[in-house]
Design a protein around this ligand. Structure first.
Ligand SMILES: Cc1ncc(COP(=O)(O)O)c(C=O)c1O
Length: 375
């Protein structure tokens, strides 16, 4: 019988995620599966929590990977922290802020938004103004907006939210493992992330963390968390304590992969990993600019792991991506929403952020442009 898996070529993943997976992580996926209540597996779970606390720079007890992709992490944070009628403010400058608005709205929250141009950062002075007009229970923002390549000033926004007294929720799906993330220092009450970006794992888990304040807010809810699977009150009973209580069957081998990926980051050193992302970003931008290409985002607001490049006038951006994929086995991303057709998104996430990958993409692009991008 035909097996499609036998014909998968290795594609260099330089899009907005998933990113390249190191061999050690692939090997971890193929370790023997253990039972989800097995004593040895529980040791691995405990190590994962400690490694996540280290990477998120937090002492939060409630720190664990949710079973599901980044969107499950987003849903987990909202569904646990927000109740019908709660006033919520979402700061939006791209697709993932928009998604937060949708998720909060579905829970019956009273949602206000503050929107900024795509490609520009959230402006703290506008947030300050907005917060002075109404009382909010929760304010949410995306740290690294993957749809544009903008880094939002989550630290500054955090100070304003803290003064206001609201809970502070931050999306770190694309930032975690690529730029520093400081849950405690920034006064964040809930963070969620994903495995397939700078952690260089396949997609499937979403690390989350909740501050003591957030845990208290969850315990003091007037109503039950309306989603059984993502209810932290129940999930924590499986992830904590001497005696573990079955909630759902953990994705065992994915958790091995996350464990291995976190170990790799710690072995290289967090600072070294961030510095490598920055260095590869500078190399890429220099090479692109030498070809006459321009970046979408102003230099001081750029993310190293997500590079938005303006498509030159008259170039069919989809055909360039198609040729990169078919002829050079390289994936890059296109634009979303108002930026569809106008930008390419080049990911330098985790294991992808290496000199040989940057150089391979640059020479492929050079060749495509030399031969005529629409040829
Ligand atoms: C910033 C951000 N938030 C949330 C998500 C959703 O994550 P997932 O696609 O893993 O569900 C993504 C995915 O690209 C993202 O980039």
């Amino acid at each position: 019988m035909k097996n499609l898996l036998h014909n998968i070529d290795e594609v260099l993943l330089m899009g907005p995620g998933p990113s390249q997976v190191p061999d050690e992580v692939y090997k971890a996926l193929s370790c023997y599966s253990l039972g989800h209540m097995d004593y040895y597996f529980i040791q691995i779970m405990d190590e994962i929590k400690t490694l996540l606390q280290e990477l998120l720079r937090t002492k939060n007890r409630l720190t664990l990977p949710v079973s599901g992709t980044g969107s499950a992490g987003m849903e987990t944070c909202f569904v646990n922290l927000v109740e019908r009628g709660d006033r919520v403010l979402i700061l939006i400058n791209g697709v993932f802020g928009k998604r937060m608005e949708d998720v909060a709205g579905r829970l019956g929250a009273d949602v206000d938004t503050l929107e900024f141009e795509w490609g520009c950062p959230v402006l703290p002075e506008k947030v300050k103004q907005k917060l002075s007009q109404k009382n909010y229970r929760l304010v949410a923002v995306v740290h690294a907006e993957t749809s544009t390549g903008v880094r939002n000033p989550v630290d500054e926004i955090g100070k304003l939210v803290r003064n206001h007294g609201a809970l502070y929720l931050v999306d770190t799906v694309t930032s975690l493992g690529g730029i520093p993330v400081e849950a405690d220092k920034w006064g964040v009450d809930a963070f969620y992330s994903g495995t397939q970006k700078c952690l260089s794992c396949p997609p499937g888990l979403s690390p989350v963390t909740f501050s003591d304040r957030a845990v208290e807010a969850i315990s003091n809810r007037k109503t039950k968390v309306p989603n059984w699977y993502l209810d932290m009150n129940m999930v924590i009973q499986y992830w904590e304590g001497k005696k573990r209580v079955y909630h759902h069957t953990a994705p065992i081998n994915m958790l091995y992969a996350l464990y291995q990926a976190l170990l790799l980051i710690m072995e290289e050193g967090q600072e070294q990993v961030y510095e490598r992302h920055q260095r590869m970003h500078a190399r890429l931008v220099k090479g692109l600019e030498a070809m006459g290409l321009e970046m979408l985002v102003e230099e001081k607001h750029r993310l190293p792991m997500l590079n938005s490049v303006m498509v030159p006038h008259g170039v069919d951006e989809a055909s360039v991506r198609d040729r990169l994929r078919r002829k050079y086995c390289i994936e890059i991303g296109g634009g979303l929403g108002p930026l569809a057709g106008r930008i390419w998104r080049i990911g330098l996430m985790g294991h992808t952020a290496r000199k040989e990958n940057v150089d391979r993409l640059l020479s492929a692009l050079q060749e495509i442009f030399r031969r005529g991008s629409n040829a």
